[in-house]
Design a binder for this molecule. Structure first.
Ligand code: URP
Ligand code: ZN
Ligand code: ZN
Length: 479
């Protein structure tokens, strides 16, 4: 059945205007003033913004990590995402050394199909590059539409890859048209600092932050940027937390390199002092990289405002406090890293960003949706409201005031990292390809209705020139 959304204010990354919108067969077919059709269902959006559905480019659902598995899976995680205004996620598919990439992707398909209530895709972790991987990567890109690779520069003895692997991954990505994502921290030095801290009986959650100083995030970020320049490739730095890293990205972009940066709500509103909460509560705030001294938040907001950082990911990676975070009592290095944000990513950015005047409405849409669609090969099917785009739509009431809490959230996890935080604005209804998933704040979706998305290869955005060496430089003529 046709639907017409009437009387709302349509907001994209480029424009804000009042018009009606017709949806047919899951796509947006008409945008005009005063639309009517006798056979259409009318949805009144008076007083609300109409946003493109949020795209969360960074989730870990049903992921084994730190000796346990994230508590939110593709059903509870995507349901919570939908409540929060997100209609597409890209989850990280973990690979295992010595095993085929396809077997890892198959595992992730098994985890997600029949469960997801919104559309989803996968990034592929690269843990080693050898002849088998080099042969299989282009096949996976073609058959699975996976066009982004993830390299961990930290988590020694588990996920960490060496610099040679990162270099070869960047080279391959340049050749094949993929975007390389990095978790940028110096894992070798961190491992040493952790050993030193534990030897000195420094076991509380705060030592998680103190053994992962911002210098080691800045150093790894700079190293990854240098290797990207050397290979003339493209890099997306996930979960940027601090000035040390953000300013390296700004510098790389100034040099004309194709470097992109993501930060997450937790780094914009929480800080290192949260790890000092008594009774082991600090464990709820253990992320890697860690929460930083509060002054870094101003730098992150500035970088979002001026375009040095472009996207907001949730880094959804939820572990219950009871029985999971508690694994690290008496040894901070055993606290599973990560937290629950998939539901609150969109609203926290709206409330802290737009409502507090730090970013514009259009920048908000760009950060929570459009730029991820462009960088990860889904635009304009996703990430905007234009004729022919999927009708992934959020009807958002900007006047509602509410309090975030584990008592009201829809994730399975047993705590909220934002307990008691007041936010302005709320998604009222959310549509995925033209069908309601959330209607008037009630879940009406169906597990398994989310579709797997094949993504296009990375294309340098029009504003970013591909860096080509001038003739003189190639012949050694530049001093
Ligand atoms: O602490 C975090 N960020 N956990 C999830 C895994 C990762 O590093 O992204
Ligand atoms: Zn990470
Ligand atoms: Zn992550």
């Amino acid at each position: 059945m046709k639907k017409i959304i009437k009387n709302g204010t349509i907001v994209t990354a480029a424009e804000t205007y009042t018009a009606d919108m017709m949806i047919e067969n899951g796509i947006i077919t008409t945008i005009a003033v005063q639309l009517d059709a006798p056979d259409a269902e009318i949805i009144d959006a008076s007083g609300c913004y109409i946003f493109p559905g949020g795209i969360d480019p960074h989730t870990h659902l049903d992921m084994p990590f730190g000796g346990t598995t994230t508590v939110d899976d593709f059903e509870s995680g995507t349901k919570a995402a939908a409540f929060g205004g997100t209609t597409t996620i890209i989850d990280f598919c973990l690979t295992n050394k010595g095993k085929s990439l396809q077997s890892a992707v198959d595992t992730w398909h098994t985890k997600s199909q029949d469960k997801a209530v919104i559309d989803y895709s996968f990034h592929l972790m690269i843990s080693e590059i050898n002849d088998d991987v080099l042969t299989e990567l282009p096949v996976i890109m073609e058959h699975e539409g996976i066009t982004s690779f993830k390299v961990f520069m930290a988590y020694k003895n588990s996920f960490q890859a060496d610099d040679g692997t990162l270099y070869k991954t960047l080279q391959t990505a340049r050749r094949e048209g993929a975007l390389v994502m990095v978790h940028a921290e110096n894992g070798d030095v961190i491992e040493f600092l952790i050993e030193q801290a534990l030897a000195a009986r420094q076991t509380d959650p705060i030592y998680h932050a103190l053994t992962r100083p911002p210098e080691l995030e800045g150093e790894a970020t700079g190293r990854a940027i240098s290797l990207t320049g050397l290979t003339d490739s493209q890099l997306y730095v996930v979960h940027v937390t601090c000035a040390d890293a953000a300013l390296k990205i700004a510098e790389g972009r100034k040099q004309g390199l194709r470097i992109y940066g993501e930060t997450c709500p937790q780094y914009l509103v929480l800080d290192q002092t949260d790890l000092e909460k008594p009774d082991f509560e600090g464990a709820k705030y253990v992320w890697s990289p860690p929460l930083r001294e509060k002054w870094n938040q101003d730098v992150l907001w500035d970088c979002l405002w001026n375009g040095s950082l472009q996207t907001i990911g949730s880094d959804q990676c939820s572990f219950d406090f009871k029985g999971q975070k508690e694994l690290g009592r008496g040894d901070f290095s055993k606290i599973p890293n990560g937290g629950p944000i998939i539901e609150d990513r969109f609203s926290i950015l709206y409330s802290e960003g737009v409502a507090k005047g730090r970013i514009s409405l259009n920048q908000f849409v760009s950060m929570v949706s459009t730029t991820s669609a462009k960088l990860f090969g889904m635009f304009p099917q996703k990430g905007t409201l234009s004729i022919g785009s999927d009708a992934d739509i959020v009807i958002f009431d900007p006047t509602v005031k509410r309090t975030l809490s584990a008592a009201t959230h829809h994730m399975k996890v047993d705590y909220s990292a934002f307990e008691g935080m007041e936010v302005t604005g709320e998604p009222v209804s959310v549509l995925s390809r033209g069908e309601f998933v959330i209607r008037d704040k009630t879940f009406v979706g169906t597990p398994g209705s989310g579709q797997y998305l094949h993504r296009n290869r990375f294309e340098a955005p029009a504003t970013t020139e591909l860096k080509t060496m001038p003739e003189t430089e190639l012949s050694g003529g530049v001093i």
